[in-house]
Ligand binder design. Sequence first.
Ligand code: HEC
Length: 262
Amino acid sequence: MEERIHGISRRGLILNAGKIVAGAAALSAAGQLLNPASARAYKVTGKTYKYTKLDVERVGEITYENYFKRWCASSAIAGMVEELKRKVGGDWNNFPIDAYRWMHGGLAGWGALCGTMPGAGVIIGLVTGDTDTAEAMVNDLAFYYSYTELPTFTPKKIIKSKIKHKTIAGTPVCHISVGRWMTAEGVGFLTDARAERCARLAANIAMEATKMLNAWADGKYKPKHEPLYNVVANGITSQNNCRDCHGQYVPTPNETYDTLEK
Ligand code: HEC
């Protein structure tokens, strides 16, 4: 691993590769404050998306309830935006929550990236108004999604079904994440139980994103994880679950780095 990444210069794109140690998750850029909330909201053609600290549990409940009409991406957006409408108002009142609905099911049912993270990421990007901060938060969100037993959110009132299992996805990929949970629970995809699981998972992700934005609003957000960690550690855009697909014959990426070299 260290051999492979030796000598990469990331030139402001990514950070000092010399400090990267295979297997360690919290590295050089992690733990540093990135453009804290002195920042103003992002401006989109004259619109302003101001942030104020939100009640994390309420965001979770709203996301959960919205899932059953909007699915993952737009329900995570709704959880945050409905609270921002209530507490901030302004341009949040006209926010197009359903414009991102196609992200559901890992992009219109293609099982690619779980829609919860890009959903929450849309709000993170608008609020922070700084692409490095937004990327750091979304990276932390992907680590949380991939390596936490989920869903842990428990609704006040269950809408569809009781469920028993929590699983670790090991990846932000919808298909693998939901497939692992379905195997554990012993249910099919088009079931109330599976919908319930994804609704609770969406709540967890919207809540985690809200926690980060709340910390940022206090000037206290620090990235937990190294930006572009997987690219640098594995030499390819990836999720550290190589054997899920390659079995024991994981190909070794080409070890030249034309793009990133000085
Ligand atoms: C979701 C499934 C999946 C996962 C997980 C995955 N790969 Fe792949 N990977 C593929 C497929 C499919 C190809 C294309 C192989 C082909 O068509 O020959 C590929 C291609 C590659 C290639 C280019 C082909 C080659 O032989 O050089 C490399 C390198 C690679 N993967 C490395 C990795 C590494 C390292 C990891 C873990 C960090 C990983 N992959 C995780 C599915 C996956």
